[in-house]
Design a protein around this ligand. Structure first.
Ligand SMILES: CC(C)(COP(=O)(O)OP(=O)(O)OC[C@H]1O[C@@H](n2cnc3c(N)ncnc32)[C@H](O)[C@@H]1OP(=O)(O)O)[C@@H](O)C(=O)NCCC(=O)NCCS
Length: 162
């Protein structure tokens, strides 16, 4: 299994991950075709830390991290998603572990956060297993107009890079 950059041919994968009601239940609902296309263009052209998780040439899902400000500090935020037929066999855990290694190797940020919905059992379990620290629940407005309660999980990239 490996992480690969997105390409312009990946709209079908993007659509399955973020354009599907079941897959986006904890993410504020499916994105429109236009938003999916804009997101793919962004990943291809300007966001080198957004990845596909690939095994034997077949895409299984995605993982990526990006800059954000959180409580007055510059941090990374990370997110992940795995196609239904590949869930439940450690793909998100392994892909996320690889992304954490890359983020740590950049030595650009100390803290990386994940904000899974409190109802997202698999994502919360994954954070705990990979060594994130649970800081507590937070209210988020995402997308605009819809509110959800997410856990704030924090990962220390400095310790990981040591
Ligand atoms: C969340 C998601 C990425 C997990 O992917 P996955 O490849 O199935 O996850 P893994 O197999 O690596 O399992 C991760 C952990 O979740 C647990 N888990 C897996 N499916 C689960 C489920 N349906 N309910 C509860 N726990 C579950 C696993 O046992 C594992 O726990 P452990 O670390 O204690 O062993 C996948 O369900 C998904 O894409 N969901 C839709 C999109 C989404 O919610 N993205 C995350 C936003 S933060």
């Amino acid at each position: 299994m490996r992480l690969e950059r997105w390409t312009p041919d990946d709209l079908p994968l993007m659509r399955r991950l973020l354009g599907d009601p079941a897959m986006t239940e904890h993410l504020g609902g499916p994105e429109s075709e236009q938003k999916l296309a804009d997101r793919l263009e962004r990943y291809v052209e300007r966001e080198p830390t957004m990845f596909k998780i690939v095994e034997d040439g077949e895409p299984l899902g995605s993982v990526g991290f990006w800059d954000r400000e959180w409580r007055g500090e510059d941090v990374f935020e990370i997110g992940w998603s795995v196609l239904p037929e590949h869930q439940g066999r450690g793909v998100a855990s392994r892909g996320t572990a690889m992304a954490l290694d890359l983020a740590a190797a950049m030595r650009r940020r100390r803290w990386l956060h994940a904000f899974p919905s409190v109802d997202n059992a698999a994502s919360n379990a994954l954070c705990r297993t990979l060594g994130f620290e649970l800081l507590g629940p937070e209210e988020f407005e995402y997308p605009k107009g819809s509110f959800m309660t997410c856990n704030d999980w924090r990962y220390d990239l400095r310790d990981a890079a040591a």
